[in-house]
Design a protein around this ligand. Structure first.
Ligand SMILES: Cc1cc2nc3c(=O)[nH]c(=O)nc-3n(C[C@H](O)[C@H](O)[C@H](O)COP(=O)(O)O)c2cc1C
Length: 340
């Protein structure tokens, strides 16, 4: 493999905290909502395959509103030329980072020869990185596991990282558990293999010049603060979706944004009204496609169930407006609190 001609890019993560790429979850509506809660968190798109961008409705896949910066596009693919083409598209669309998915174990992704199977082919990953780095000046990052199947030694992960870093990747996001490529569903692959943060810490110790983002089972701001003593940044996945207001705590405790500059849960609910109206008007998006992402806003608060229940039914009613949906859901929530 040819060495990249550019000087080695030492690259800080774009933010100390990020929200993970999550297929079907972190689409542009979810990201718009997360951004209202936390202005400083880095937001990742869902994985978009190179095939979808090159042969599909690329405008739809790449679209996002400008408030979502900093924003990273996650690509799924393993053809160096296709990845270069898509990296250029991402740059042209103003993305701030491009991430290569080397961690998804789903059957569909394995059939496409990308995702976690790429951990077995560090030379191919290096060619992909090199090609992407040559196509754009944006940071190219890799999201991987700590191993796959029985290949779960430090040496295996170290070889993967050492090889691809030579091609120009200076920032790895490590989901600190291995993936089983056969026998487990993607969901089980996010719970069954044990978490091993130490393995990721060993990589950081061996490659201190690399930025390492730690990911996996991080559910509280306190845990994130602990991880930041070792790692350069923390990626939060499921907790940010199920309990999105954790991003408010991240904003105040980690980014030190004064509480009064942050929006309350109720202010966020109200701020979603014009967003939903605009998406309905501009793209004909049904309200329910957006409200499904805000179900967790009152998680762990009194009335949370009522909020979710109202949002699960109201948006299905004909000719109801976004303002009516949100106001009614808030009224129901408040009434539940009052009756407790
Ligand atoms: C619904 C769902 C979809 C996911 N889709 C992707 C994806 O598109 N790309 C990816 O790299 N990881 C994906 N993941 C994995 C997450 O990015 C993250 O690595 C994993 O959930 C572990 O972090 P957590 O314990 O904080 O949730 C997905 C996870 C979930 C729950």
């Amino acid at each position: 493999m040819n060495q990249v001609n550019k000087t080695y890019k030492v690259q800080k993560p774009l933010s100390k905290i990020s929200v993970a790429p999550m297929l079907d979850w972190t689409n542009k509506h979810c990201r718009a909502f997360h951004r209202l809660i936390s202005p400083n968190t880095l937001l990742y798109t869902e994985m978009v395959t190179t095939g979808a961008l090159i042969h599909g409705d690329w405008k739809r896949y790449l679209r996002y509103n400008q408030e979502q910066h900093p924003i990273a596009l996650q690509l799924g693919g393993s053809d160096p030329q296709d990845l270069a083409t898509c990296s250029k598209m991402a740059e042209d669309h103003g993305y701030d980072e491009i991430n290569l998915n080397c961690g998804c174990p789903s059957d569909r992704v394995q059939k496409g020869q990308f995702g976690a199977v790429l951990m077995e082919s560090p030379d191919l990953v290096a060619r992909c990185i090199e090609s992407m780095c040559n196509a754009t000046t944006l940071p190219i990052t890799v999201k991987c596991r700590i191993g796959i199947d029985k290949q779960d030694s430090f040496a295996f992960l170290d070889k993967f990282i050492s090889t691809s870093k030579q091609a120009g990747c200076a920032h790895y996001i490590i989901h600190a558990r291995k993936a089983w490529l056969n026998g487990l569903s993607p969901k089980e692959n996010r719970t069954v293999p044990p978490i091993n943060y130490e393995r990721a810490a060993e990589i950081k110790a061996k490659h201190p010049e690399l930025s390492i983002t730690i990911n996996g089972e991080i559910k509280t701001t306190e845990q994130a603060i602990e991880h930041l003593k070792i790692f350069d940044s923390v990626m939060i996945g499921r907790e940010a979706y199920k309990n999105p207001y954790i991003l408010n705590e991240v904003e105040t405790k980690i980014f030190k944004t004064p509480e009064k500059q942050c929006l309350s849960r109720i202010e966020i609910a109200h701020a979603m009204i014009p967003y939903i109206e605009k998406q309905m008007h501009d793209f004909g998006t049904p309200a329910k496609s957006i409200t499904r992402h805000i179900m967790g806003l009152f998680q762990e608060q009194r009335g949370a169930r009522k909020w979710r229940q109202t949002l699960s039914t109201l948006p299905y009613e004909e000719s109801i407006t976004p303002a009516q949906i949100i106001e009614k859901a808030l009224t129901e929530l408040t009434a539940t609190i009052a009756s407790c």
